[in-house]
Design a protein around this ligand. Structure first.
Ligand code: AMP
Ligand code: ZN
Length: 468
């Protein structure tokens, strides 16, 4: 831990105030961020929380030490949207009995998760320390880590949940300060509620923890029949499994405050009997198009994949670092209007910084940069400092690297990242001959690959160097 750790301040949605950050255990700073539901390509709005919390992860590692931060971002691989997609894409195979629904679901989630990883790696995001999949935390586990069925059982036992109509529901009235995060009070909600459509609920705000599955639907055997979990319970289980009952930071986009995060808090606190789930709740603002939130349902979205690999947006491809920098030039809590102009602006800034860096290698990060980032991740100020600094080149390269921008990278015409990704897949498939061929072809073009291990996750990583 360094002296500068004292300076970190974060805006906490729980208190609506900018507060000094004090971790529960500085030797293990713990952060949870809600991850993607894997049924389709992620759009560039979905990339915003991934990038914002990647910067926070990098800052925490810098302040507290690389081995003293645990970052968990889940993968939601159980959801009715996923089932619908599996039926759409594999309907005929399922009908013909060639694949089961479960197998089709597995294929949809695997392929979408792989795509997500490729996309966010191209945006310069580090892998989180752990990336648990919801389906692996439904039933009690041999390793004794927290799971959804046990949590729901505890909620029933403690009088916070009840069974009705084949569902298990959380009883919001059983929690006196339900609504604290989103500052909604239950009376207002009840007064505004229409005639009870859900007659089986004690309170219209009660939400589903477990629901029955029909024989065709995916399901797990549980004390409440064969069924599947509601959405919110998975994050309560997976955060407890890796970070404990109470941890430091919980993050996600603004739209998750209610109901998702409110309900996570209710479940976790009531199951564990704790006064808080996480001490600091951070929420990023929306990425917008012409003033409206980018969303699948609005039809105004462009996928990360399309931006990187096709000419759909502005008639050209956009490098991952340009997309990343464009995102970092607005404060994480402010809305961003996503436009070609914004990307061009980021591209100009990046080109200017690269010229200024003059191919230097990274030195030490100057404290002025840490101060900017420590002030509630003031990234616009950080980028201004990068632009204006007259520090030596190695200090500029180090400061850019701290926010995941690589100024030492020499631009090439060859999409090396794509080849590296393909080669890693070939290695996983033990197709050594093809993997070696990619390596040799790149070398012939002056690009040398270097295999190594990620110091945090121990996973295989490949970097490259241009030898021309
Ligand atoms: P979803 O797949 O809709 O659950 O979203 C995954 C993550 O992306 C959540 O943290 C959302 O808050 C975030 N998100 C979705 N749309 C946007 C957007 N237009 N701008 C910023 N964040 C978003
Ligand atoms: Zn969540």
């Amino acid at each position: 831990m360094s002296a500068t750790t004292q300076g970190l301040k974060l805006t906490n949605t729980l208190t609506r105030a900018k507060e000094p950050f004090r971790p529960i255990d500085p030797h293990n700073v713990r952060m949870y961020v809600c991850g993607p539901t894997v049924y389709d390509f992620a759009h560039i709005g979905n990339a915003r929380p991934v990038i914002v919390f990647d910067v926070l992860f990098r800052l925490l590692r810098h302040l507290y030490g690389v081995d003293h931060v645990t970052y968990v971002r889940n993968i939601t691989d159980v959801d009715d949207k996923i089932n619908a997609r599996a039926l759409r894409d594999f309907g005929t195979e399922i009908e013909a009995g060639r694949v089961t629904l479960n197998e089709a679901i597995r294929r949809v989630t695997e392929r979408t998760a792989d795509q997500f990883h490729e996309d966010v790696a191209a945006l310069g995001c580090l892998k989180p320390t752990f990336e648990p999949r919801a389906t692996e935390f439904v039933l009690p586990r041999p390793d004794g880590k927290a799971d959804m069925v046990t949590l729901i059982g505890q909620l029933i036992e403690r009088g916070h949940a009840y069974e009705a109509n084949g569902e298990v529901l959380f009883d919001v009235a059983s929690m006196p300060d339900y609504g604290r995060l989103s500052r909604r009070n239950l009376e207002d909600q009840q007064a505004g509620a229409r005639v009870a459509v859900d007659a089986h609920k004690k309170n219209p705000a009660d939400f589903v923890l477990w629901k029955r599955s029909s024989p065709e639907e995916p399901g797990w055997e549980s004390p409440w029949g064969r069924g599947r979990p509601g959405w919110h319970i998975e994050c309560s289980a997976m955060s407890a499994a890796f970070l404990g009952e109470t941890f430091d930071i919980h993050g996600g986009g603004l739209d998750l405050i209610f109901p998702h995060h409110e309900n996570e808090i209710a479940q976790s606190r009531c199951a564990h009997g704790t006064p808080v789930m996480a001490n600091y709740w951070l929420h990023n603002g929306f990425l917008q198009v012409e003033g409206r939130k980018m969303a699948k349902s609005e039809g105004n979205f462009v996928t990360i994949h399309e931006l990187l690999r096709t000419e759909k947006f502005g008639g050209r491809k956009w490098p991952g670092e340009v997309l990343r920098l464009a995102m970092l030039m607005t404060h994480y809590r402010e809305p961003i209007d996503f436009s070609v102009r914004k990307l061009e602006e980021a591209e100009n800034v990046l080109a200017k910084l690269r010229r200024k860096a003059n191919n230097a290698t990274a030195g030490a990060v100057d404290p002025s940069f840490i101060d900017a980032l420590s002030d509630d991740l003031d990234l616009p100020q950080y980028v201004r400092l990068l632009n204006a600094t007259d520090l030596p080149e190695p200090a500029l390269v180090a400061a850019a690297a701290l926010i995941g921008i690589d100024l030492s990278a020499i631009e090439t015409d060859i999409d090396v990242a794509n080849f590296v990704e393909r080669r890693l897949t070939l290695i996983r498939e033990k197709n050594w001959a093809e993997a070696d061929r990619i390596r040799d072809d790149l070398l012939a073009q002056g690009i040398q690959l270097k295999d190594g291990k990620d110091p945090v996750t121990g996973e295989r990583v490949t970097t490259w160097e241009v030898k021309r």
